[in-house]
Design a protein around this ligand. Structure first.
Ligand SMILES: Nc1nc2c(ncn2[C@@H]2O[C@H](COP(=O)(O)OP(=O)(O)OP(=O)(O)O)[C@@H](O)[C@H]2O)c(=O)[nH]1
Ligand SMILES: [Mg+2]
Length: 306
C-alpha cells in the first residue's frame, strides 16, 4: 500500500503539476529578474497560496543570490524551503492532554467537509494507542449520519452514544460526557451537524452545546477542531473566518488532500490564521489520517524529491 506521503504527493499532483509548469514557464529566460518574479507571484496566487504568501515568497527569492543562469529545480527548492518555514509553526499533531480526562474534542465544519470520517479515523488511532474512546453522534438530524459513525465506532472498538432522531445535540453531548466520565474513558469525540438553516442557527446550536457540556466539565471542550475540505480552495479561508466567530477553534484538519488541485490553500491558511494543523486527510479509509509534516507537505506541493 502506498504510504500517506505518496498518497499526498499523488493527490497533490494536480496542484503540483500546474505550479511546476508555471514556475518552469516563468523561468524560461533562466533569470530571476523582475519579470520572472512577477510571473512567479501570479503562479503562486493561482495555486491558492494567497497574495500575502505569494508576495512574501517572492520577496525572499528576490533577496537570494542567483547565478546569471538559474536551475529551475534550485528555485523550486528555495520556494519549498520558505513554504516549509511558513508551515512549520502550525504543524502540531493531535494529542490528548493527560491532565484532562476524559479529554473532550468537539469537531465542527461545514456539511461534507469530512467531520464524521475524521472522527472515525481519530477514534481508531486513539484506540490503537490504548485509549478508551467514546463518540457522541451529535449529528442528530440524519439517521444515516449516526449509522456512519456507528460503523467507525465499531471498527475502533469505541462506544458510540446516540439519541433519537431530532434530539437536542447539546443534551446528547452532555449525556455522552456523563457516560465517558462514568466509564473512565480517556477521550470523548463529539460530532456535530454541518448543515443548519442559517449561520445564526449554527451559532446558537454550537454555543448551546458548549454551554451545556461545561455544566458537566467546566474546562471542556479541551479541543475544538475545524474540519476543512481542501478541494474548496479559497472558500476554506472563509470557513475559518466564519467558524472562528462561532466557537473557539484551536485546531484544524484539512481533508481530501489526496484528490485536491487546491492543496496550496493550506499555506494561505497557515499564514493568515496561525492555527495548529493537527492532522490531514489523505483518503477515505481508516488509515488515511496523517500527522501534518511541514517539510514533506512543502516538498509534495513543489514536486520535489530529496
Ligand atoms: N478522498 C477523501 N475523501 C474524504 C476524506 N475525508 C472525508 N472524505 C469523504 O468525504 C465525504 C464526506 O465526509 P463526512 O465525514 O461524511 O463529512 P461530514 O463533515 O461529516 O459531513 P456532514 O455530516 O454531512 O456534515 C465522505 O464520502 C468521505 O468518505 C479524505 O481525506 N479524502
Ligand atoms: Mg457527518
Amino acid at each position: 500500500m502506498a504510504s500517506w506521503f505518496q498518497r499526498l504527493k499523488s493527490g497533490l499532483s494536480r496542484s503540483t503539476t500546474r505550479l511546476a509548469e508555471s514556475i518552469g514557464a516563468a523561468l524560461g529566460r533562466r533569470r530571476v529578474d523582475a519579470a520572472t518574479l512577477g510571473e512567479l507571484e501570479d503562479a503562486l496566487i493561482a495555486a491558492d497560496l494567497g497574495p500575502g504568501v505569494a508576495a512574501k515568497l517572492v520577496e525572499s527569492l528576490r533577496g537570494r543570490k542567483w547565478d546569471s543562469e538559474v536551475d529551475v529545480e534550485d528555485v523550486k527548492r528555495a520556494l519549498a524551503d520558505d513554504i516549509a518555514s511558513i508551515l512549520a509553526p502550525v504543524a502540531a499533531p493531535f494529542a490528548l492532554d493527560p491532565g484532562r480526562r476524559p479529554h473532550v474534542t468537539l469537531v465542527v465544519g461545514v456539511n461534507g467537509s469530512g467531520k464524521t470520517t475524521t472522527i472515525g479515523k481519530l477514534a481508531l488511532r486513539l484506540s490503537r494507542e490504548g485509549c478508551k474512546v467514546v463518540i457522541a453522534a451529535g449529528d442528530t438530524f440524519r439517521a444515516a449520519a449516526v449509522a456512519q459513525l456507528e460503523v467507525w465506532a465499531g471498527r475502533a472498538g469505541a462506544e458510540c452514544i446516540r439519541a433519537p432522531d431530532g434530539a437536542d445535540p447539546a443534551a446528547l453531548a452532555y449525556q455522552a460526557l456523563e457516560r465517558a466520565q462514568e466509564t473512565g474513558a480517556d477521550c470523548l469525540l463529539v460530532d456535530t451537524a454541518g448543515r443548519l438553516h442559517s449561520k445564526a442557527d449554527l451559532m446558537a446550536e454550537l454555543q448551546k452545546l458548549v454551554r451545556v457540556v461545561r455544566k458537566r466539565d467546566a474546562s471542556a471542550p479541551h479541543r475544538t477542531l475545524l474540519v476543512l475540505d481542501a478541494t474548496t480552495g479559497q472558500n476554506a479561508l472563509q470557513q475559518v473566518e466564519i467558524f472562528r466567530k462561532l466557537v473557539d477553534i484551536d485546531g484544524l484538519v484539512l481533508t481530501k488532500l489526496d484528490g485536491s488541485a487546491r492543496g496550496g490553500v493550506l499555506v494561505a491558511i497557515a499564514e493568515r490564521f496561525a492555527l495548529p494543523v493537527v492532522a490531514i486527510g489523505v483518503g477515505e479509509g481508516a488509515e488515511d489520517l496523517a500527522a501534518f509534516d511541514a517539510r514533506q507537505f512543502a516538498d509534495a506541493l513543489l514536486g520535489i524529491t530529496r
